[in-house]
Write a protein that binds this ligand. Structure first.
Ligand code: UDX
Length: 447
């Protein structure tokens, strides 16, 4: 049984999953959040967001739940967390600043400022949030100035690469563990945290602080670039009558390129990739090397063009205007297996069509509640079939598995016009066309 005690500060996608995973690995864990309602949910073994497998893990470990190991508890108290933990993981959000590209560090800064004055015994503070390079060194100084235990409290940076929808799996079986450290003691503590049977086998890379911070932003910049690359190819395919899906398939067989992240469509969204590439550009500017990342401006604008193009295709399909036309939208979240609608291309397209006068009805298997909070004026249906009733066009915008299993014939019975636009290129054109639908995709031939 591991002897280190762990606190996890922030219980969003990252923190809630990390806390539960650490308990699964055998640690005594205390999760902290300043939002009482999240703590209440977690104490009851409920996840504050939809994430496959997370509630099972919570129920297995949250103290007070019948049959649980009791290894996982939650609090809103910083003094309690400081007293409890040997290793404190900072997992709070780093959103985009309103009206700018830069990262809003206020949540990380507040977490450190709230924790550090209570650290009166040796401890390691480990940042996991995605931050602009240089933040860790700055926060290390802040901690040194505030912690009563002085040099016995150190800072390390250990970025997290989890994907929503796969958060539990990615946390328990990470592709790699990156540990930005400034001392052997910090490195050996982090090695101890990850020296568990489950995380064994993942490469462990000890680096300096800036490199650790950069691994995360560079990874997200690379992934975004890959998606925008294939979406640029989709623009070319559309102009030249090529098929971007076949192109991507053929490209992917080259091991140096690979098949992953080559799905063309309405582009990337979510709480990470869009804001991370913008924050990266802003930070490069501050460092005086903005030219190194000007290509990311292009990556961002190719991505945003995809949403505009989907709207253009819809308008075209409906004879030049969407005014008064009924449009069924399948999907509101930024990706399947998540209820997250942050910077969701699907919801953005739905909202823009609504603002252009279309009668939009949205169906999403898990994201309706969050979508309604952002866009209360849209109509929401409880099933794909209900959304499609009377529709002049159906838009497939998030590739939930259930949309791939829809029966085109049954859907065809309820719509006004059998017209479908596939914004994710995951439906089978042959199946839909055979059932009498006009199928249009992004970057693929029209028939
Ligand atoms: C991403 C990174 O993958 C993860 O490593 C990091 O820790 C956080 O950011 P996430 O935001 O959960 O994870 O989603 P991801 O699976 O990367 O997808 C991001 C967006 O790209 C989604 O909107 C998705 O639909 C889109 N996407 C992905 C494409 O449009 N095409 C693809 O080929 C892949």
């Amino acid at each position: 049984m591991p002897s280190l005690k762990i606190t996890v500060i922030g219980t969003g996608y990252l923190g809630a999953t990390h806390a539960a995973a650490m308990a699964e690995l055998g640690f005594e864990v205390l999760g902290l959040d300043i939002a009482e309602e999240k703590i209440d949910l977690l104490r009851a073994g409920r996840a504050p967001m939809y994430e496959p497998g997370l509630e099972d893990l919570l129920r297995r470990h949250v103290a007070g739940i019948e049959g649980s190991t009791g290894r996982l508890r939650f609090t809103t108290s910083y003094p309690e967390a400081a007293e409890f933990g040997d290793v404190h993981f900072i997992c709070v959000t780093t959103p985009q600043k309103a009206g700018e590209y830069a990262c809003d560090m206020s949540y990380v800064d507040a977490a450190v400022a709230s924790l550090a004055p209570h650290l009166s015994r040796p401890a390691l503070v480990v940042g996991k949030s995605t931050v602009p390079v240089g933040s860790a060194a700055r926060l290390g100084q802040v901690i040194a100035g505030l912690a009563p235990a002085g040099p016995d409290v150190e800072l390390a940076w250990n970025p997290e690469f989890l994907r929503e929808g796969f958060a539990v799996q990615d946390t328990l079986r990470p592709d790699r563990i990156v540990a930005g450290v400034t001392s052997e003691r910090a490195e050996s503590l982090l090695r101890e945290v990850y020296a568990t049977p489950i995380a064994e086998g993942s490469p462990f890379l000890a680096t300096d602080l800036p490199t650790a911070e950069l691994v995360k932003t560079a990874a997200n910049a690379f992934l975004s670039t890959k998606i925008s690359f294939i979406n640029a190819m989709a623009e070319i395919c559309e102009a030249a009558d090529g098929d971007v899906v076949r192109l991507a398939e053929a490209l992917g067989y080259d091991d140096r390129i690979g098949h992953k992240f080559l799905r063309a469509g309405i582009g990337f969204g979510g709480g990470c990739l869009p804001k991370d590439i913008r924050a990266f550009m802003a930070r490069a500017g501050e460092l005086g090397v903005d030219q190194a990342l000007t290509f990311l401006r292009e990556v961002d604008s190719i991505n945003m063009r995809r949403r505009a193009h989907m709207i253009e295709l819809t308008r075209e399909a409906l004879g030049g205007s969407v005014l008064g036309r009924r449009i069924a939208i399948l999907g509101a979240t930024f990706k399947p297996d998540s209820d997250d609608v942050r910077d969701s291309p699907a919801l953005n397209v739905a909202g823009q069509l609504h603002l252009q006068g279309a009668q939009v009805t949205v169906y999403d298997p898990k994201g309706t509640e969050n979508a309604r909070a952002v866009f209360p004026t849209l109509r929401y249906a409880d099933t794909a079939l209900a959304a499609a009733v009377g529709a002049d066009a159906v838009l497939h915008l998030t590739e939930w598995r259930e949309f791939g299993e829809l029966d085109p014939a049954a859907l065809g019975e309820v719509v006004t016009e059998r017209r479908i636009l596939d914004g994710r290129n995951t439906l089978d054109p042959a199946v839909w066309r055979k059932a009498g639908w006009t199928y249009r995709a992004m970057g693929r031939p029209t028939a």
